[in-house]
Design a protein. Structure first.
Length: 605
């Protein structure tokens, strides 16, 4: 065993590093508290993560089959953690030989597995928590680093958040462990701000709002990760998809429709079976041949390209499809609309000459930024993803393609970072990440260069010199998948969508039953203008109807009674409670007002 060293390696860490040190140290404190309160518990790993930390445990089973730990135990663990922090324990690093480390953790199976996997020449470090008298209170096999002493942890600036299940090392065939999540900050003010942020995140959770607004559902008994769009969600999709098609036609695209299954040779040829097989569903046998449900659309678009010999005069070809694809995701990572197994990509492929490549990539990027602006997203950052370890193609092609992507990003004035090794196996790409109303970053748009598939599928065009040459191919998805896009959109707007997207745009509310017929007449007139309208004709009281419509986040509520019926008008209430400039309008005048909002994709009421 080497000399004992106090953990003084990071005397002046940067702010982000300081928080990571605190969070990693608090995870050790939590593990120490848990093993005190629950004797016999085995520990796994406990890293710092964004905004907090977690630790995985294997609790001894209870004889009656009850859960060994519940959310009700978290306050007691927090109290024990505060005792440990207040005892001012040192974090002390030791360097051990492999045999010493294995002996030290002989009763910890998860630690011994990790130790045994280390290279023979790697230095093994552990961290001991020692009290003021130097007695060891707890120890963990860990690379560190940590704060020097628990006095650097503010006992009023952390909180345990939740309990979840987690497979050991993410492997569904291994032990199911119990994961405790927490958050930790430098001071109580930052903790309070973070908890307020989480409260707002919870209010905007697309799974909760999706249910409240009757947008979609998921039926685990019928198939995990598959989305059932309800009428309200369907209305939103139609509005967005119609706008998407219109914008694509304006930008020189044609719309394709392709099958949902194809013979396996398509993905053998493309290379996806070799690089992507783990995310593809198993083949099905049809007429003694293997068919695969499609995980992506590109081989089908290539088949259309190869339907005839192409000339340089036809290029570029810009072909887009709202294509539904199916990819296997482990059940543990499925998450509402954001991580699913069946989704519709706003997919497109551009086939162009080498000389057209730079211009086409710049045009795709411009188009993408135009689209995101319409939906109210303007804080966008680009990531240039470079060649991964497992890839195909000559290096000079990768270099040229990456430079084209870089020029496009620079031309649009976007901030960007390099994502080393983040490209697909067949080419580099641009990923665009947007920030929502809460400042969270979401990866959405992908612009992907491909010089693999034109070669593998023997794609050609006849150039001006009469020679057969390879086209260049660009994959792109602007919104990404519609499912994930709507998940982000719901949370960005908190369900209070701009009127052009809202599933219910207008509610007509009679003040009493005697005015139901006029309410029906108003609703019919507005529907004739292709507006999404409901007439609230149940026997609820007026205030209850208004409250219900506000909860459904309907942009406009039109209250009608005797005066409105006599004058052919409507009295307007907005969902945000603000009084409109003209609180009473003729029905046709109001229809014109809303139709203009819809036609211009206005984000304001």
């Amino acid at each position: 065993m080497s000399d004992v060293k106090k953990n003084q390696e990071q005397t002046k860490p940067e702010a982000g590093q300081r928080l990571a040190l605190i969070r990693h140290s608090v995870s050790h404190v939590m593990a120490q508290a848990v093993t005190r309160l629950f004797p016999g518990t085995k520990v796994a790993i406990g890293p710092s993560i964004e905004n907090g930390f977690y630790y995985d445990f294997q609790f001894p089973p209870l004889p009656d089959g009850k859960a060994p730990i519940t959310a009700g135990d978290l306050p007691a663990i927090e109290a024990e953690m505060k005792k440990i922090i207040d005892s001012k324990q040192d974090f002390v690093q030791l360097e051990l030989s492999r045999d010493e480390a294995l002996k030290r953790f002989v009763d910890e199976p998860f630690k011994t597995e990790l130790i045994n996997e280390l290279p023979a020449d790697e230095v093994i470090t552990i961290y001991e928590n020692r009290d003021a008298g130097g007695a060891v209170q707890w120890a963990d096999f860990c690379r560190g680093p940590h704060v020097a002493n628990t006095r650097e942890i503010n006992s009023a600036a952390f909180k345990l958040m939740s309990i979840a299940g987690a497979y050991w090392r993410g492997d569904e065939k291994r032990d199911m462990l119990t994961r405790l999540y927490g958050t930790a900050w430098e001071n109580p003010k930052d903790l309070k701000a973070h908890l307020a942020f989480l409260e707002e995140v919870e209010k905007r959770d697309h799974r909760r709002l999706g249910k409240e607004m009757d947008l979609y559902s998921i039926h685990e008994d019928a198939g995990a990760g598959l989305i059932y769009w309800h009428p309200n969600g369907g209305r939103m999709r139609v509005a967005v998809e119609n706008f998407w098609r219109t914008l694509h036609y304006r930008n020189g695209y044609e719309i394709l429709y392709t099958p949902h299954i194809g013979k396996s040779w398509l993905w053998e040829t493309s290379g996806h079976l070799g690089f992507y097989k783990g995310n593809m569903y198993s083949p099905m046998e049809i007429d003694n041949q293997d068919y695969i449900i499609k995980p992506m659309n590109c081989p089908f678009h290539i088949m259309i390209y190869k339907n005839k010999q192409r000339s340089y005069r036809e290029l570029p070809l810009r072909w887009a499809e709202l294509g539904t694809v199916y990819r296997y995701e482990r059940s543990g990572v499925l998450h509402g609309l954001l991580r699913v197994r069946g989704f519709t990509q706003d997919d497109a492929h551009i086939f162009c000459t080498p000389e057209q490549m730079d211009g086409e990539i710049q045009e795709v990027l411009r188009f993408s930024l135009q689209l995101w602006k319409v939906f109210g997203f303007t804080d966008i950052k680009a990531y240039l993803a470079t060649r991964p370890a497992e890839s195909v193609g000559e290096q000079f092609r990768w270099d040229n393609a990456l430079e084209s992507l870089r020029k496009a990003v620079t031309a649009e004035g976007l901030n960007y970072e390099i994502d080393e090794g983040g490209g697909a196996f067949y080419g580099p790409k641009i990923d665009l990440k947007i920030k929502d109303a809460l400042g969270r970053e979401w990866q959405m748009t992908t612009i992907q260069f491909d010089f693999n598939e034109p070669e593998r599928f023997d794609m050609t065009f006849v150039d001006a010199d009469g020679q057969h040459k390879r086209p260049y191919m660009i994959h792109r998805a602007l919104l990404g998948s519609l499912e994930r896009f709507f998940g982000v959109l719901i949370e960005h707007f908190g369900g209070a969508f701009p009127v052009w997207i809202a599933p219910e745009q207008i509610a007509v509310i009679p003040v009493a039953e005697g005015f139901n017929e006029y309410a029906k007449k108003v609703a019919a007139e507005l529907k004739a203008r292709d507006l999404r309208v409901t007439a609230e004709l149940d026997d609820s009281r007026l205030n209850a109807k208004i409250r219900n419509c506000q909860n459904r986040k309907i942009p406009y509520m039109l209250v009608v009674g005797e005066r409105e019926a006599n004058e052919g008008t409507v009295s307007i209430r907005r969902r945000d409670g603000k009084q409109p400039d003209s609180p009473a309008m003729k029905v046709a005048e109001f229809a014109d007002y809303v139709v203009k909002k819809v036609d211009t994709q206005d984000l304001e009421l």
